[in-house]
Ligand binder design. Structure first.
Ligand SMILES: [Zn+2]
Length: 233
């Protein structure tokens, strides 16, 4: 089920599930367990009706809502981060150069990590279970992705105009760390692209919930990717 690339203005994205629609209906929003009002407040009043639908209705959308999603035209312009991630980011920024400096891990954990790097293997190694074969990396926009699915997700997010960061925040889970695949900047949510959910991953997820209850991590599995029209072959 391959779909034509989504053009902004031809569809609107439900920011809860990132699925593009002609119309994000109240019934759909209700399916996420919230009212339309709550949805609009949460996401900074994003458009819920595509230009296509508006044109069919004989209305034309204001010029400022057309086309680009950059700057003040973006419905999330000026939207602040939720407390959960804001705390992490401010910690990450402490005394560092860029806002994405990946340094929120306490000194003790860093020592642990460097020891494990030296030891090469082990469950405490942040690279545990991850491939280190550079040749297996997939390049897109100068970023090295671990899988073809991740590249497809990055392309999809570009198509729907969602600003993303790849593997730029690592969470300290005390005895291990966790670095979600994507951070959707405006939506303030993390996305983990997962073909197979392992036990180790489920443990990390439950630790995430416990230690960072305000941080939202969505798991995009094969079914989810297919529902977004992303080719999983
Ligand atoms: Zn939705």
């Amino acid at each position: 089920m391959r779909r034509e690339p989504i053009k902004l203005g031809d569809s609107v994205v439900c920011w809860e599930c990132m699925v593009p629609f002609q119309l994000v209906s109240g019934a759909h929003i209700k399916g996420h367990g919230m009212t339309t009002q709550e949805y609009k407040r949460k996401w900074g009043n994003p458009p819920t009706v595509s230009n296509n639908v508006l044109e069919k209705r004989g209305k034309s959308i204001s010029k400022s809502k057309k086309g680009t999603m950059v700057g003040p035209d973006n419905p999330f312009y000026g939207k602040t981060h939720s407390v959960g991630v804001r705390g992490i980011i401010s910690k990450a920024n402490k005394g560092k150069v860029g806002p994405w400096a990946n340094k929120r891990i306490p000194e003790s954990a860093r020592v642990k990590m460097s020891i494990n790097h030296a030891n090469v293997s082990g469950r405490l190694n942040p690279m545990f279970g991850r491939t280190t074969n550079q040749a297996k990396y997939h390049q897109y926009k100068g970023v090295s992705f671990r899988s073809g699915w991740e590249v497809k997700v990055a392309k999809y997010l570009d198509e729907v105009g969602v600003l993303w960061k790849y593997e730029e925040i690592r969470f300290d889970l005390l005895d291990c760390t966790y670095c979600p695949d994507f951070y959707l900047v405006e939506q303030d949510i993390f996305v983990e692209v997962k073909g197979v959910v392992t036990e180790g991953f489920l443990i990390r997820m439950s630790k995430m919930k416990e230690l960072y209850p305000k941080v939202e991590v969505q798991i995009w599995d094969r079914k989810k990717l297919q529902s977004l029209g992303i080719d999983t072959n």
